[in-house]
Design a protein around this ligand. Structure first.
Ligand code: GLU
Length: 376
C-alpha cells in the first residue's frame, strides 16, 4: 500500500516503519536541551509504537548541545576541530536524553553513530541494514546521528536530512518525517506574504529546487531547504515518502499528520534496492562525460559504450561507482564502471572492434552495463 497523504504516515498498514528526523533548533534552545518539548515528542513516538509502527529517530543536536556545554562560539561550528569537540561532548548528553525519555515509556533506546562511508560502501550499508533490522525486531528504538567527532569534512554528510533519507533506505522504511522549523516547502521565500505552502510534490524537478532557499531560519542546524530537497530526491528514488513538517509546536507529529500541515514528497515507483542504493550515493570516485548521442541512448535504457564517452574525470577502479554526465555538467546517471579510469581514458571514443588491440585483452560489452546503471 502506497502513501498518498500525510495521514498515511500514522497508519500501520501504509507506514509500518517510520524515520523521524529531529533538527538541532528543536532539540536545543538557548538554555540547553528543550526538555518539555522533547518529552512531548517522545510521547508521540511512544504512541506510534503503541499503534504498531516501528520508529527510527535521526537526532541532530550534538554539536549545538556540546557547544553550549563547552562555551564555544558560533554554535560550535567555527572550525572543524570545534565541531568535533562539541559533537563529542554533546552526543553523550543527547544519548542520555533520548534513552531516559524513551525509558519512561518502557522503550529501549539504541544508539548508532554513522559516517558517510558506512552507507556508501555496499558491504557496510548491508551491515547497517542487518543491525537496524535486528534492533527493530528486538523492539528497540534506534537513535541515529552522524559520527561527527571522527568524520572529517570530506567524508561527512554534514546534514542529518540526507542521513535520514539514507537511513530510511537502509532500514526499508516506508517514510521519513523531517521535523524542521518551517511548515514545509513554500513556492517562494516564506518571508514573502504571498508565499504558499505546497501540500504535495510529485518529483523534485528543477522548478521545485528553484523554490528552495538555502537559509535555515535558526542558523543552528546545517540543513536548510536545499539539503531537505536532496533528501527528498534520495527518498523518492528509493520508493520512500518524505514529509517536511514543522516541529516547533507541541505534539508536532499529530499536528502534521492529523491536520495535514506539511509537504509530502510522493515516492516514485520503487527502484530495485541495489539501484536505489547506487542512485542515492553521494560520493563518487569519478565521472564519465558523454556526448548527446550517448545521453539519448542511456535515456532509452542502453548501456554506456566507449564510443559516446568524450572524457574521463577522477581516478577509480573497476567496479567503483561513478557519475555519468553531459558536457554541461548535468548528471545523467550513476553506474559501476567496468574499467578503471586509465583504461577508460584509453577507450574514449573508440568502437568495440578497436578495443581488443588497445587493451590487449577481450573488451567487455560496455563501459557501464545497463544493469549497473541508474538514471537520475
Ligand atoms: N549531526 C549534527 C549534530 O548532531 C547535525 C547535522 C544537521 O544540522 O543536520 O549536531
Amino acid at each position: 500500500m502506497q502513501i498518498t497523504c500525510l495521514a498515511d504516515l500514522a497508519n500501520t498498514r501504509t507506514c509500518p516503519r517510520l524515520v523521524v528526523k529531529v533538527g538541532s533548533s528543536l532539540l536545543v534552545g538557548p538554555e540547553g536541551p528543550r526538555h518539555a518539548w522533547l518529552t512531548g515528542l517522545v510521547a508521540e513516538i511512544a504512541a506510534a509504537r503503541a499503534r504498531g509502527q516501528e520508529v527510527i529517530v535521526v537526532s541532530s543536536g550534538a554539536i549545538a548541545l556540546g557547544a553550549a556545554r563547552l562555551g564555544l562560539d558560533k554554535g560550535g561550528r567555527g572550525s572543524l576541530a570545534d565541531a568535533q569537540a562539541a559533537a563529542s561532548v554533546g552526543q553523550i548528553a543527547l544519548s542520555a536524553l533520548w534513552a531516559g525519555l524513551l525509558e519512561a515509556h518502557g522503550l529501549v533506546a539504541a544508539q548508532l553513530l554513522l559516517t558517510l562511508d558506512d552507507l556508501e560502501d555496499r558491504r557496510r550499508y548491508l551491515n547497517v541494514t542487518a543491525t537496524l533490522t535486528r534492533l527493530l525486531d528486538a523492539g528497540a528504538v534506534p537513535v541515529i546521528n552522524e559520527n561527527d567527532s571522527v568524520a572529517t569534512q570530506e567524508i561527512r554528510f554534514g546534514d542529518n536530512d540526507r542521513l535520514a533519507a539514507r537511513v530510511a533506505q537502509a532500514a526499508w522504511a516506508s517514510a521519513v518525517l523531517l521535523l524542521s522549523d518551517v511548515d514545509g516547502l513554500y513556492d517562494r521565500n516564506p518571508a514573502d506574504p504571498a508565499a504558499q505552502l505546497l501540500p504535495q510534490v510529485q518529483g523534485v524537478t528543477a522548478e521545485i529546487h528553484a523554490m528552495a532557499s538555502a537559509e535555515s531560519a535558526s542558523g543552528m542546524g546545517s540543513g536548510g531547504m536545499t539539503s531537505k530537497l536532496q533528501a527528498a530526491e534520495i527518498a523518492e528514488r528509493a520508493g520512500i515518502a518524505l514529509v517536511i513538517a514543522n516541529g516547533t509546536p507541541d505534539a508536532p507529529i499529530a499536528r502534521a499528520l492529523e491536520q495535514g500541515i506539511g509537504t509530502l514528497f510522493l515516492p516514485k515507483r520503487k527502484a530495485g534496492a541495489r539501484k536505489a542504493w547506487l542512485g542515492g550515493r553521494l560520493r563518487l570516485k569519478g565521472a564519465l562525460v558523454v556526448d548527446a548521442g550517448a545521453a539519448r541512448a542511456l535515456e532509452k535504457g542502453s548501456s554506456l559504450l566507449a564510443k559516446g564517452i568524450v572524457s574521463v574525470e577522477g581516478e577509480f577502479q573497476r567496479g567503483d561507482a561513478i557519475a555519468i554526465r553531459d558536457s554541461e555538467g548535468v548528471i545523467l546517471a550513476h553506474g559501476l564502471s567496468e574499467y578503471d579510469a586509465g583504461e577508460c581514458r584509453l577507450l574514449v571514443g573508440t568502437h568495440s572492434s578497436e578495443q581488443a588491440a588497445i587493451l590487449g585483452y577481450a573488451p567487455r560489452s560496455a563501459v557501464v552495463h545497463r544493469d549497473q546503471l541508474v538514471l537520475l
